[in-house]
Each structure stands twice: as C-alpha cells, then as structure tokens.
Design a protein around this ligand. Structure first.
Ligand code: GLN
Length: 237
C-alpha cells in the first residue's frame, strides 16, 4: 500500500471468493460517504492469492457459497494479516459467510465445525433450514444506527459468546436465530445483511467511519436514505 497516513484505507478482502449479492456496493458506499465529508480514501482489492495488508483502516468481507467460504477461511488463517490488523484496532465489516468465518468456528456443508479467523466471539453452524428473505432489525442503541434492513440467504446459525454483543434485535427475519442479528466486538462487526447492506443502510456506513475518524458531519439526505425508507416499508408490508 502506498503512503497515506491521512487517507482512510479501505481493504476489500477476497472479491474472488466472497462477493455475492453485490457486496462490492459496501466498498463503494463507504468510500463515497467518506469523500463527501472531505476524507480522502484509498481502496485496495485483496485477492485470495495476495497477502492481506495489515495497515488498513476498514476491512470489508462479503458473503459466499459454502466451498469458497472454506477456502477463504483457510487462506485468511494462513495469511494472518486480517487478525493482526484487527489486533491493531482496524474496523472490520463482514457479511454472511464473511461474518461466519471471522468467528471462532463455523460449519461446513456437513455441519462439521471448522476454525475461523477468531476475531469475533461467535460460533456458527449449519441449521436445519435456509433462512431466506427480507430482514429488519433494530441495532443496539449504543451504536446510534437505528433500524436496518437487508436480504438474508444462509444455512448457518450463529451463537454469540461473552466477548461479543448482538448487533441488533430482529423485527422480521431469522438472523442469528435467537431473535438477534449480527454481532460486534469493539470495531469488529458481522451481519447477515446483504442487499448490499451499506447502500441500504447509510447509518451503518457512517458507524464504520465514526469508528475510524471520530465525529463526522451529517449529509443531506440522498437516494441512500430514500432507498432505506423504501426497503423498510416494503419489508414490513
Ligand atoms: N454459506 C453460508 C451459509 O449458507 C453463507 C451464505 C452467504 O454468504 N450468503 O450459511
């Protein structure tokens, strides 16, 4: 990565393995909402054959099918860069398969527990049914995000350990499967929301920015807020 101590360094992990349902949109919106506040950004796409840089500010991981998910977890564990970045305080935003593999363990397609990257105190394994459809959830008030919406499609179910907290409580949908959705621990956040999640929930993008740069000015409501309201109304109909 080039020198850029004043830039927000956004690292997109494994677009070749973890990028279902337009998860790249999360990268684009995070960058856009930073730049609208005058925060310069640098975005790095890290393919699964590349080393994960340790000096990033925000790391994004998307969803994936069962087999690419296993490959991604094996490579991230062998590489070690994401874990070191998390230890030095980087923010991590991980969706679905990404959420599962940053946890302690996750399940393969025969429900065998496999080791995750171990930066979020959650354990996932295969459920009896697939959770598919619109999801609506109220984020932990401590995070100042409000109500979020997304699309979920996963077989895995997730149990949250004592070091992590549920990201939100579900209003509609399955999420973790105990009336909660997602988890966070410090600046490490996992969620089942696709859609992609950050375009549909600009407040979630702003949370990641606040974690890295502190207070940020509000933006004029834009199509992002309109989309959020529209999807919320549609999901609750
Ligand atoms: N393969 C995982 C599951 O089914 C994750 C799916 C996804 O990322 N959409 O639980």
């Amino acid at each position: 990565m080039s020198d850029t101590s004043s830039r927000l360094r956004i690292v997109w992990i494994y677009p070749d393995l973890l990028s279902t349902y337009g998860d790249q949109g999360n990268v684009l919106i995070l960058r856009r909402r930073a730049e609208l506040r005058g925060i310069p950004t640098e975005t790095v796409h890290v393919h699964s054959s590349d080393a994960v840089p340790v000096e990033g500010d925000v790391y994004l991981l998307g969803g994936g099918e069962d087999r690419p998910q296993i490959l991604a977890a094996e490579r991230l564990r062998a590489d070690g860069g994401l874990k070191r970045a998390a230890e030095r305080g980087a923010a991590v935003f991980a969706v679905c398969a990404g959420y599962q593999i940053i946890g302690e363990t996750y399940g393969d397609d025969a429900a065998n527990p496999l080791p995750g990257v171990g930066i979020l105190d959650v354990r996932s394994n295969r459920g009896q049914t697939r959770a598919v459809g619109e999801i609506v959830a109220d984020v932990d008030p401590a995070l100042g995000v409000g109500r979020i919406t997304g699309f979920e499609n996963h077989q895995g179910r997730t149990a949250i350990g004592p070091s992590a907290r549920p990201l939100s409580t579900t209003v509609k949908g399955i999420g973790n499967d105990d009336a909660t959705e997602g988890a966070y621990q410090g600046q490490i956040l996992g969620t089942y929301l696709h859609g992609p999640a950050l375009p549909r929930n600009p407040a979630l993008a702003d949370l990641l920015l606040r974690w890295r740069v502190g207070q940020i000015p509000p933006l004029q409501p834009s199509w992002g807020e309109t989309l959020h309201e529209e999807r919320l109304a549609a999901a609750l109909r």
